[in-house]
Write a protein that binds this ligand. Structure first.
Ligand code: GDP
Ligand code: MN
Length: 390
């Protein structure tokens, strides 16, 4: 799983990597506000997308006035940024990061990757950064330095110093580099990362090392134990249909309709889809939340279904055998509050602990539409859809 540059900078900063101050913006006005707040007379505005190569694609710009920040931001928002690292559809720009411009004397490359051959984390570094590692490997392979880290000893200081010297760093830059390397290594190891890349790591005009760009990617299979990392997932940067399939034990298949389905059991899910069609609606998805679904898994099911922008109503249909209606109800209530639900939700519960489940729904005071039978639930879901403008 990838995260945004600003998120990677925040994480690495916490581990001790020097990163520039900056501010996040969701609108051109907010970008201008961020620039004013940061102060100074030059800023770099950076599109936050899950892809590198933004600089060459027009997604990074040095701006010399607040007006320029705002107008450039206005040109970026909502755009699909196509870079060397994206497909033709590109990545949607919904967040911008604004930083005070940095005075760059030299750009270095620093990357941490998993080297499967040595079964170790490997550092790749070059004194000639700022361009993609793939290009660097082609145009300037001699500049690349590699070093693997013994997992038992960790990244020891002499190793880090050796690398710093090898990159031609001088004076206090050596100690700064040791700090940066050890911080990146700890972040990589402690957070189950798959990749940490700082490109460029710059030497400023004043002679200090600063991470001007940052990229982190995480092991999806370890996200269950890194909830704070999992939270950083940005679905706007993923194909929602692909990414949600197989997500956390939820069997999800995207369809073309607008009625989102949250069901337990594949058979009941199929039957529910048939009932929706019979009632005159179209299901947006097949989703089986599986047996023994905790409230958390139900919340996840809601998020998965809501990632599809076509969904205009949700139908929850549970026939609890192994499942428990009270858990599902708890999940529904939790999800409703957490996601800030704006569309109708129809809930039909039957089976284990159904009375407890219904009581939880009722006590929540939420505007849930309840049904007792599958047919009733399907009818209510179809009826609850917003009328399409003619
Ligand atoms: P990427 O193209 O997606 O990897 O985005 P980067 O964050 O690496 O930015 C691309 C390039 O923009 C960098 O290699 C720098 O040369 C330049 N850049 C980024 N921030 C600054 C800055 O604060 N000042 C200056 N002068 N250049 C910057
Ligand atoms: Mn970069």
């Amino acid at each position: 799983m990838d995260i945004h540059e600003y998120q990677a900078k925040e994480i690495l900063g916490r581990f001790g990597v020097p990163v520039p101050r900056g501010g996040l913006a969701y609108s051109p006005e907010q970008a201008a506000y961020r620039a004013r707040e940061l102060g100074g007379d030059a800023w770099v505005v950076k599109a936050q997308v899950h892809a590198g190569g933004r600089g060459a694609a027009g997604g990074v710009k040095l701006c010399r006035s607040v007006d320029e920040v705002q107008s450039y931001a206005a040109s970026l928002f909502g755009r699909q940024l196509v870079t060397k690292q994206t497909d033709q559809a590109g990545k949607g720009v919904y967040r911008l990061w604004v930083e005070p411009a940095c005075d760059i004397a030299q750009e270095l490359y620093l990357g941490f990757v998993l080297d499967r051959k040595s079964e170790r984390i490997m550092i790749v570094a070059s004194a000639h950064g700022g361009i993609e590692i793939e290009d660097l490997a082609e145009t300037d392979p001699a500049s690349l330095r590699r070093m693997t880290i013994d997992p038992a000893a960790g990244l020891v200081e002499f190793q880090a110093r050796e690398l710093a010297f090898g990159l031609g760093l001088k004076g206090r830059q050596i100690a700064q580099m040791v700090t940066i390397l050890q911080a990146c290594y700890r972040a990589y190891r402690d957070l189950d990362a798959m990749m940490v890349e700082i490109n460029p790591l710059v030497i400023t005009g004043a002679g200090d090392l600063v991470a001007l760009d940052a990229k982190m990617s995480f092991d999806t299979n370890a996200l269950f134990r890194r909830p704070q990392i999992a939270e950083l997932r940005d679905r706007s940067q993923e194909d929602p249909r692909e990414s949600t399939a197989g997500d956390h034990g939820l069997a999800y298949v995207g369809l073309t309709g607008d009625i989102g389905c949250i069901i337990n059991g594949a058979g009941l899910a199929m039957a529910t889809m048939d009932m929706i069609k019979l009632a005159g609606g179209e299901p947006a998805n097949f989703l089986d939340i599986g047996g023994g679904a905790s409230p958390e898994r139900v919340v996840r099911a809601f998020r998965t279904v809501l990632a599809d922008r076509n969904v205009s109503v949700i139908l929850v249909n549970i026939f609890a055998g192994i499942n428990r209606c009270d858990w599902v109800a708890e999940g529904v209530v939790k999800a409703y509050r957490e996601v800030g639900m704006t569309i109708p939700v129809v809930v039909r519960l039957a089976g284990t602990n159904v009375e407890e489940g219904k009581a939880i729904l009722q006590a929540s005071g939420l505007p849930l539409i309840t049904a007792d039978t599958l047919a009733e639930a399907a009818d209510k879901a179809v009826a609850a859809r917003p009328k399409l403008a003619a």
